[in-house]
Ligand binder design. Sequence first.
Ligand code: NAD
Length: 364
Amino acid sequence: MTLFDSPSFKNHEGVFSFFDEKTGLKAIIAVHSTSRGPAVGGCRMWNYGSSAEALEDVLRLSRGMSYKNAVADLEMGGGKSVIIGDARTQKSPELFRAFGRAIDTLGGIYYSAEDVGVSVEDIMYAREETEYVVGLSGGKEASGDPSPVTAEGVFRSTLVAAKRLWKQDDLNGLTIAVQGSAGHVGAYLSEKLHKAGARLVMTDINEAALRQIAEKTNAEVVAPDAIYDVQADIYAPCALGATLNEQTLPRLKCKAVVGAANNQLATPEIGERLFKAGVLYAPDYVVNAGGIINVASEMKARQTGGAYDPQWVEGKLVGLMQTVDEIFARSEAEGRPTHEIADSIAEARIAEGQCRIGLRREAA
Ligand code: NAD
């Protein structure tokens, strides 16, 4: 399959392949949209079965970043990069320096950061060759671990859902089933939900860490697969993608789904079925955008010579919650699933801008 025929191509502004003989670097950088600002999205290092598989993945992820950055109202477009290789055995400082030089050739239309298989340390090597990377470990602009901010966004979205469904300002009397409660986001989120009055039922495959967080939050623990059968008001997926699927849907008893995991819907049809079943699904890329908002503060600081600004992050989180509420309200008023409303908000915001690659000069 060629690039333009790929079902994931979806109007990417630019797709760039890089090869470095000395280090063996094989990388693809996909820039979906620069209409709201430079494309920002992490770099994933993965042992893809073929370069076609790597291309599909980078295109899908890159478009996802455009949508996430737009709904979070950030002055950033969407892009992503992949390095083809085994992150356990094929990493080297020189590989990431070469990757940094690759990014640098794009002159700032794409900023990279960490993702699966790529650490802050790796990105620091790329930084030696380019200024177009974010998610760094030091300096006044550094934004640090995004997980607490992601958890805060998911927590506040849970409150927005509770207000809409149960007309209450806290989580008293509600049972929440948290999947991945021992993870970076899951643990912060569980503590917040517990403090707001929710009764928690949780699971994780990391048993030692699970026991710790369960004790701290007075939670009931269930086996990983049993989480779908819990009699809960809200299901909070914070581990894997695609847990809302043909098999789990008939088992879920909740009235709302609000969690941090990416790509929760196995297919868009599942979103439709949740809607028809009266389950309020909080679109994943909207409610988990706290982390990218945190990174955006670092970008802004870099561009203006300022520092990481927690107040700016707070302002963006407040705006994000207004968007979550708007999505719920429009879904009800228009009789359409929430994931469709979120996409249409993102698409409208992307269409407002003007791309920076220079091919399209007129405003859309
Ligand atoms: P993490 O790896 O720290 O946490 C995931 C947790 O899920 C781990 O504790 C793991 O043991 C557990 N887990 C894995 N498989 C499981 C299973 N089958 N059943 C139950 N538990 C299982 O990752 P994280 O950073 O906390 O991210 C969690 C999710 O949120 C991911 O989907 C990630 O893509 C998404 N996300 C994270 C951020 C962030 O800021 N970290 C931002 C946006 C989206």
